[in-house]
Design a protein around this ligand. Structure first.
Ligand code: TRP
Length: 363
């Protein structure tokens, strides 16, 4: 068996919120601590973020450290993983140039996630080439590290499929060089797509329905207490609905059995609480107060670590520098192997001149 290697990352377009946390960050930390992986690379995808924010570089610039802080505060440990900045690994861009030969325009245009994003961003008929091409660039991010495992949300499935196709084509044309990656989806259903506090949309900064990892306790409480529930649950004695009820979706994602003893000892577990709500006789405020306790308990250690790290930005910067240096060496090694496979590694090819002489009957 070969090495088990993880690569994943985020675009630095804003602070990370609890949707990121349950959807990927929490899982990432668990994978890191499982000890099952030989190497773990976490990338801050600033180049990719520029593919749809090229006209707003300040946004990426201002959020790079926010995301680094969120990653480290969530429990990623520089001793166990490598945190790095995408744009500072130029080999990724170099690889992308060669991978572009292996992909057709129509294949890129068929990518459902990209299609959806083009609509959302209103690119319509003036799609920047760089944006359409980002799945190819994402392939470089993955294969540069010979990643076997890519933990991401389901929206990233088309990217992984694209990456696997490119790897297969490369290996077929130039010889077995690259590793085919596998997607790793989160197991917890409620975590796959956490709705915003308005219950209607997925969490998004522009809608303003997010709870951030950096939010202070009062902000968290306000957001929880004004959260969307069951609009037909008007009086305490009315029966309530669980499906589509954001408060219960969040409890599914965050509640641990021990929280009942600590904060709501009248109930043994979440099933009992849900049953009572559905029967009627349990008010929204009581459930929200419990959710608030759960959220405060979950987010406090993260926020505290984040505050400590923010006081030590020099340390965070050093982590990024060292991580990026390591990442660069690994990517350069893979690039070297790719160049050899593509027969363009001239200065490292001991037979380059002799080969030419022989083919041209030179002495
Ligand atoms: N596209 C990912 C996102 O929007 C970020 C990303 C860039 C990524 N390169 C990657 C994720 C490589 C996994 C692997 O969240």
């Amino acid at each position: 068996m070969g090495e088990k290697i993880i690569l994943t990352g985020d675009r630095p377009t804003g602070k990370l919120h609890i949707g990121h946390y349950v959807g990927s960050l929490r899982n990432r930390v668990e994978l890191q601590n499982s000890g099952e992986y030989d190497k773990i690379y976490i990338m801050i995808a600033d180049s990719q973020a520029l593919t749809d924010n090229f006209d707003n570089p300040a946004k990426i610039h201002d959020n790079l450290l926010q995301v680094a802080l969120d990653d480290l505060a969530a429990g990623l440990d520089p001793k166990k993983m490598t945190l790095f900045i995408q744009s500072e690994v130029p080999e990724l861009t170099e690889m992308t140039f060669y991978f572009m030969n292996l992909v057709t325009l129509s294949r890129l245009e068929r990518n459902p996630t990209v299609k959806n994003e083009i609509q959302l961003r209103g690119f319509n008929n003036s799609i920047p080439v760089g944006f359409l091409n980002y799945p190819v660039s994402q392939t470089s991010d993955i294969v540069a590290f010979k990643a076997t495992t890519v933990p991401v949300g389901e929206d990233q499935e088309p990217m992984l499929e694209q990456a696997r196709e490119i790897v297969r084509r490369f290996n077929m044309i130039y010889g077995e060089t690259l590793v085919e990656p596998e997607i790793l989806l989160s197991k917890n259903k409620a975590s796959m797509r956490l709705p915003g506090t308005d219950g209607k949309n997925k969490m998004s900064k522009s809608i303003g329905n997010c709870i951030y990892l950096a939010d202070d306790p009062d902000t968290i409480r306000e957001k929880v207490m004004s959260m969307y529930t069951d609009p037909d649950h008007l009086r305490v004695e009315d029966p309530g609905k669980i499906e589509g009820n954001t408060v219960f979706t969040y409890l599914d994602a965050f509640c641990k059995p021990e929280y009942f003893q600590e904060f709501l000892p009248d109930y043994q577990n979440l099933d009992e609480l849900k049953a009572h709500y559905q029967r009627g006789g349990l008010g929204d405020v009581k459930v929200k107060r419990f959710l608030n306790d759960v959220m405060q308990e979950t987010l406090r250690p993260i926020r505290e670590r984040r505050e400590d790290l923010a006081k030590n930005l020099d340390y965070v910067f050093q982590v990024l520098k060292e991580g990026t240096e390591t990442a660069r060496q690994v990517a350069a090694q893979t690039m070297d192997e790719m160049k050899t496979a593509m027969k363009i590694n001239y200065f490292k090819d001991a037979d380059f001149l002799d080969d030419f002489r022989e083919k041209n009957h030179l002495k």
